[in-house]
Design a protein around this ligand. Sequence first.
Ligand SMILES: *[C@@H]1O[C@H](CO)[C@@H](O)[C@H](O)[C@H]1NC(C)=O
Ligand SMILES: *[C@@H]1O[C@H](CO)[C@@H](O)[C@H](O)[C@H]1NC(C)=O
Ligand SMILES: *[C@@H]1O[C@H](CO)[C@@H](O)[C@H](O)[C@H]1NC(C)=O
Ligand SMILES: *[C@@H]1O[C@H](CO)[C@@H](O)[C@H](O)[C@H]1NC(C)=O
Ligand SMILES: *[C@@H]1O[C@H](CO)[C@@H](O)[C@H](O)[C@H]1NC(C)=O
Ligand SMILES: *[C@@H]1O[C@H](CO)[C@@H](O)[C@H](O)[C@H]1NC(C)=O
Ligand SMILES: *[C@@H]1O[C@H](CO)[C@@H](O)[C@H](O)[C@H]1NC(C)=O
Ligand SMILES: *[C@@H]1O[C@H](CO)[C@@H](O)[C@H](O)[C@H]1NC(C)=O
Ligand SMILES: *[C@@H]1O[C@H](CO)[C@@H](O)[C@H](O)[C@H]1NC(C)=O
Ligand SMILES: *[C@@H]1O[C@H](CO)[C@@H](O)[C@H](O)[C@H]1NC(C)=O
Ligand SMILES: *[C@@H]1O[C@H](CO)[C@@H](O)[C@H](O)[C@H]1NC(C)=O
Ligand SMILES: *[C@@H]1O[C@H](CO)[C@@H](O)[C@H](O)[C@H]1NC(C)=O
Length: 531
Amino acid sequence: MAKLLSLLIMFILFIFFFFFFTPTLSCPPECQKQALLQFASLANFTDDELKSWNSSSDGCLFPFVKCSSSNVVEIHLGAPSHWRRPWRVPTSTVLTPLFHIRTLTYLDLFFNEIQGELPRDGFANLSKLEYLDFSGNNFNGSLPSQLFQLRFLQILDLSGNSFHGNIPPEIGNMTKLSYLYFSGNNFFGEIPTSIVSLKELKTLDLSFNSLSLEIPIDFGNLSNIDDLDLSSNNLTGIIPSSIQKLPKLDKLNLVNNLLTGEFPSWSSGLAGKIPDWISTHKTLVHLDLSENQLEGMFPQGLAEMNFEYINLSDNRLTGSLPPQLFGFNLLVLSLSRNNFYGKLPSNISNATRLVALMLDGNNFSGKLPKFISNINLCLLDLSNNNFSSNTLPDFSSNVNLRIIDLSSNEFSDEISTNFSQTTSFLSLGKNKFSSFPRNLTHMSNLKYLGIHDNKITGELSNSICQISTLQILILRNNSLQGSIPDCIFNLTSLQILDLSINHLVGKIPTNLGNLTGMIETPGEIFSNLIW
Ligand SMILES: *[C@@H]1O[C@H](CO)[C@@H](O)[C@H](O)[C@H]1NC(C)=O
Ligand SMILES: *[C@@H]1O[C@H](CO)[C@@H](O)[C@H](O)[C@H]1NC(C)=O
Ligand SMILES: *[C@@H]1O[C@H](CO)[C@@H](O)[C@H](O)[C@H]1NC(C)=O
Ligand SMILES: *[C@@H]1O[C@H](CO)[C@@H](O)[C@H](O)[C@H]1NC(C)=O
Ligand SMILES: *[C@@H]1O[C@H](CO)[C@@H](O)[C@H](O)[C@H]1NC(C)=O
Ligand SMILES: *[C@@H]1O[C@H](CO)[C@@H](O)[C@H](O)[C@H]1NC(C)=O
Ligand SMILES: *[C@@H]1O[C@H](CO)[C@@H](O)[C@H](O)[C@H]1NC(C)=O
Ligand SMILES: *[C@@H]1O[C@H](CO)[C@@H](O)[C@H](O)[C@H]1NC(C)=O
Ligand SMILES: *[C@@H]1O[C@H](CO)[C@@H](O)[C@H](O)[C@H]1NC(C)=O
Ligand SMILES: *[C@@H]1O[C@H](CO)[C@@H](O)[C@H](O)[C@H]1NC(C)=O
Ligand SMILES: *[C@@H]1O[C@H](CO)[C@@H](O)[C@H](O)[C@H]1NC(C)=O
Ligand SMILES: *[C@@H]1O[C@H](CO)[C@@H](O)[C@H](O)[C@H]1NC(C)=O
């Protein structure tokens, strides 16, 4: 009897294991290896290391594969860490062999040029998946419903493909999701209300799609969210006030939608003040309200917060800058193209970590504070203001300063200042400078020098020829005299030279034909240098 009982127990155990461990049983390690080989053959990557995915070695020893108890659990084939341009563009059928590896928890195929629709059938097999990165491929079509059965998935990145269709309500079933990236696809329709049941969600990025209708009213239920990006969609209606309640939110980007309504008024096409409630979010460190029609002054409460990144560019904000704005944590301040005015607050030097200061296109005036040189800036854009000064501050200690744009201001007198050796873009055009900079020869990284539309007199010095990296030199519309130094054409990188509207005389140097090469416009040089 006892024997019979133990036999029965063994039988029950067998059934139990059969049903609960079928994933491994139905595709044991050898089968998993065959699946990997089939995948590699379909994908046909050029990568040398993938050549060692061959039948004579153990699948668990294949590069980019990780096993646990002899079962394949992780596949790390995301480029560009291992750039594996395929011999021919792989289609989404490369995925089919992988659906046999039911032990997979981690699948990274980021940036591999795979194209076509995701197989309808197969994802349900990968029920242990926790990490799935298909971003930066050319997948298209709608998402298979089986994808939404992956209830252990924590990270799902499908950004930068051509997926279209609706985001189905079943997404609310993936309750372990912490990071969801769908940006840069063609998803349309509404954001499903069920998304608010993703209680673990920390990052939600649905930017650059065609999502429409209103933001679900209960968005405030996403209590763990710290990064919310719904920008560049066609969302309408008001921004739900429940967003105000999100306790951990530190990045919020809603720009470039069709949002309307009275409160809060931070979306394109809207006039209004920066809503006061933002300053109740003490944890906010990143604020991007650019490209709206916000007006009024900079709220004092906001200035007292400890932002790292502030972008209020392209609004209609006015008033002077509150000194409290320049806190120690500030890294990026962009207030471009508003109506701010007044002097730069003297405590700007307290923002010692500031790397980018963009105040272009406002009505700031007065002298540049000397202490601007104490800041660890990479980018300084003060163009299109009314700054004036007889002596510019000494920039030579700003050893990270690569871009200086002081054009279209009221600066005058000599350019006797020192610039840092790292500076590659120096724009001083449309001012009232009267002499050519004396000390440029040590600027061994300078690519763009624009001092056009000033009042510079005297001869063009030979010393300009020592800036061998120079690509663009614009001295148009000054009062330069004398002849063009022959040596200027020893500048082998020079591609654009504009000396028009001056008083230059003499012959044009004979080796003018050497001005060839790839033309990078000032805009291109500038954007190549920014980040
Ligand atoms: C993979 O690409 C190489 C090089 O073009 C080619 O010789 C080989 O036949 C391809 N393999 C498959 C399975 O298509
Ligand atoms: C198979 O891969 C192993 C390394 O994993 C390598 O040593 C061996 O040469 C490869 N065999 C063939 C036939 O390419
Ligand atoms: C799911 O896995 C089983 C067992 O490995 C396999 O027989 C089946 O073909 C897989 N389904 C798909 C769609 O690949
Ligand atoms: C997806 O892309 C493939 C290959 O470019 C194309 O043949 C197919 O029609 C596309 N499918 C959809 C739904 O756009
Ligand atoms: C999945 O989501 C749908 C739609 O939200 C719902 O009807 C269904 O009950 C959910 N399934 C499970 C297993 O939770
Ligand atoms: C957004 O809406 C506008 C106006 O209704 C429409 O012209 C545009 O095509 C829509 N854009 C997208 C990406 O759906
Ligand atoms: C959001 O939370 C509130 C309060 O807990 C609850 O009543 C509501 O049903 C939740 N909304 C959704 C869509 O889960
Ligand atoms: C600020 O926002 C504008 C418009 O959205 C963008 O073009 C610019 O690059 C941003 N500036 C910084 C420093 O991020
Ligand atoms: C600037 O920093 C100094 C020293 O850290 C501090 O004493 C001063 O109050 C700060 N100034 C302002 C205006 O915040
Ligand atoms: C030129 O600039 C360098 C570096 O900033 C500096 O060391 C040098 O003293 C300057 N020379 C003159 C004449 O100002
Ligand atoms: C151009 O450079 C060469 C070699 O560096 C030098 O010999 C020559 O004199 C220079 N030409 C001019 C016009 O300065
Ligand atoms: C470029 O300049 C060098 C040295 O001045 C000269 O030998 C060469 O012929 C020039 N090339 C052209 C295309 O003018």
